[in-house]
Design a binder for this molecule. Structure first.
Ligand SMILES: [Cu+2]
Length: 121
């Protein structure tokens, strides 16, 4: 009995600690980005460093991708089937967002930008 109480207290303490750590790590940011010939909308995504960014990505015409090299993100989407993915914005700076699909030449023209604002300074 006694030890099971001890375990409960420990688990609770860890849970609270986990929440505190998460709060310090940054908030959660939800962003909806839609792609179409030949741009992203919005073209600019701005977040705070360490935010957990949840992206809902969709296309209104042909397949496109949401690609950010520095974050090793390359997500392909097709019409009528939006996707959701998350990443931790742990590197501050400005990063190009582009479409890396080659079926349509003009996808090269698709340019967006991820801006990750640094937490300190
Ligand atoms: Cu494309």
């Amino acid at each position: 009995m006694r030890s099971s109480l001890g375990w409960s207290a420990l688990v609770l303490t860890l849970a609270v600690f986990g929440l505190l750590v998460r709060a310090q790590e940054g908030g959660e940011r939800k962003v909806a980005v839609s792609a179409h010939k030949y741009s992203f909308s919005p073209a600019r995504v701005e977040v705070q460093q360490d935010d957990l960014v949840r992206v809902t990505f969709s296309t209104t015409d042909i397949p496109h991708s949401f690609t950010i090299d520095k974050y090793r993100i390359a997500k392909r989407v097709e019409s009528g089937r939006p996707i959701v993915f998350e990443f931790r914005a742990d590197q501050p700076g400005r990063f190009p967002i582009y479409c890396n699909l080659t079926a349509d030449e003009r996808c090269k023209e698709m340019v967006g930008e991820l801006i990750v604002r640094g937490r300190s300074r």
